[in-house]
Design a protein around this ligand. Structure first.
Ligand SMILES: [Zn+2]
Length: 167
């Protein structure tokens, strides 16, 4: 098994057409309860909102599950990294019927798995805004189903705190 320090995560979307709209530890309120967003959100910008955005696998991984959570992730893919089996990640709010892999498949980093959508509890931070975005969440499985959510900024390639990403 590789060491987690060596983990490199690819951008899950084309960063010429998308930007990060919410980061790890962004404060949120839902139903009057404050909480932190412990994931990264990506959404298309400018004229690119007109195009359905491809979502690619961030690392070589096995697709564990494709499912639908109407009040949560919506349509999502759940992956287990091949070289880091304790690492699980989710791509959420995918477009309905857009998932082009199946449970059990091993997908390469950069392989297209679905299209970005707005299923589940996907919503815009702006009233009337387009709710389409990708929510990508990484979990480090500790044991017996316990996990910690990782800040992927530690692992995303070409991350920088000002511009979020170089392209
Ligand atoms: Zn999110």
């Amino acid at each position: 098994m590789e060491r987690i320090e060596k983990l490199k995560i690819l951008k899950p979307v084309n960063m010429l057409q998308n930007v990060i709209t919410s980061r790890y530890w962004s404060p949120r309120i839902r139903g009057g309860i404050p909480y932190f967003h412990r994931a990264y959100d990506f959404a298309p910008q400018g004229r690119h909102i007109l195009h359905k955005q491809d979502v690619v696998a961030s690392v070589l991984s096995r697709v564990l599950k494709i499912d639908y959570e109407p009040n949560g992730f919506g349509v999502y893919t759940k992956h287990q990294a091949i070289d880091f089996p304790d690492l699980i990640f989710y791509n959420a709010h995918l477009e309905e019927d857009s998932v082009c892999v199946k449970a059990g498949d091993v997908v390469d980093a950069k392989q297209i798995v679905a299209k970005m959508g707005h299923t589940g509890n996907s919503r815009s931070r702006w009233i009337g805004g387009d709710p389409t975005h990708l929510h990508q969440e990484f979990r480090w499985m500790v044991d017996r189903g316990n996990y910690v959510k990782l800040d992927a900024a530690l692992y995303y390639q070409d991350f920088n705190w000002l511009g979020a990403f170089r392209v």
